[in-house]
Design a protein around this ligand. Structure first.
Ligand code: IMP
Ligand code: MG
Length: 189
């Protein structure tokens, strides 16, 4: 069992072409975002809505970087399945537990790529009458945007490459990497 796990880990790492954002650069940026958000939302008791599954690692670090009172909730929406291109088909797989009317909402995303997923999500959340709604994404691929949505907080702008780690997956693997890495194209093509 032990030997098998070791082999799997090495195989995963050997599929990473390069480290795009190191663990310490990630941690510094998340801390800075936490400070900014704490200042801008002081006294507002915001609700952070994490978009599953990709946002879970970022949310866990971001929430601990906040010095203000806040709550969290989760939503799961369908994305690509195992492919690496946006299908444009979005479906709610898990809805919020809480009522968000009158609340200050901060949507926490792993990555905004085409923006199609977020655009659908924002429209859906706006119809529930929150007091305000903003978006915080760890990563953004501005070059691939197909919608004119506003992203209020961006961790890093990245080039158009398929990335994994820190919550982001390929075929459900790599989410546990502490850094953001670029996957070798031969892995998914
Ligand atoms: P969008 O609708 O094209 O903006 O895609 C958003 C979702 O696609 C993200 O929440 C991710 O789950 C997934 N995604 C987009 N780009 C990548 C990537 O480079 N690596 C892993 N997942 C990605
Ligand atoms: Mg995904």
């Amino acid at each position: 069992m032990q030997a098998e796990l070791g082999a799997t880990e090495n195989e995963l790492l050997s599929n990473v072409q390069e480290v795009l954002i190191t663990e310490s650069v990630l941690q510094d940026r998340v801390a800075a975002l936490g400070e900014t958000i704490s200042q801008e939302y002081a006294g507002l008791n915001p609700m952070l809505i994490c978009v599953l599954k990709g946002g879970y690692v970022f949310l866990a670090d971001l929430t601990r970087a906040l010095s203000i009172r806040h709550s969290i909730d989760f939503m799961a929406i369908s994305s690509y399945g195992n492919a690496t291109a946006s299908s444009g088909v979005v479906r709610i797989l898990k809805d919020l537990d809480s009522d968000i009317s009158g609340r200050h909402i901060l949507v926490v995303e792993d990555i905004v790529d085409t923006g199609n997923t977020l655009s659908y999500l924002l429209e859906n959340l706006r119809s529930r009458q929150p007091a305000s709604i903003r978006v915080c994404t760890l990563l953004s691929k501005a070059a691939r945007r197909q919608t004119d949505i506003v992203v209020d907080y961006i961790g890093f702008e990245i080039p158009d490459a398929f990335v994994v780690g820190y919550g982001l997956d390929y075929a459900e693997a790599y989410r546990n990497l502490a850094f953001i890495g670029v996957l070798k194209p031969e892995v998914y093509s």
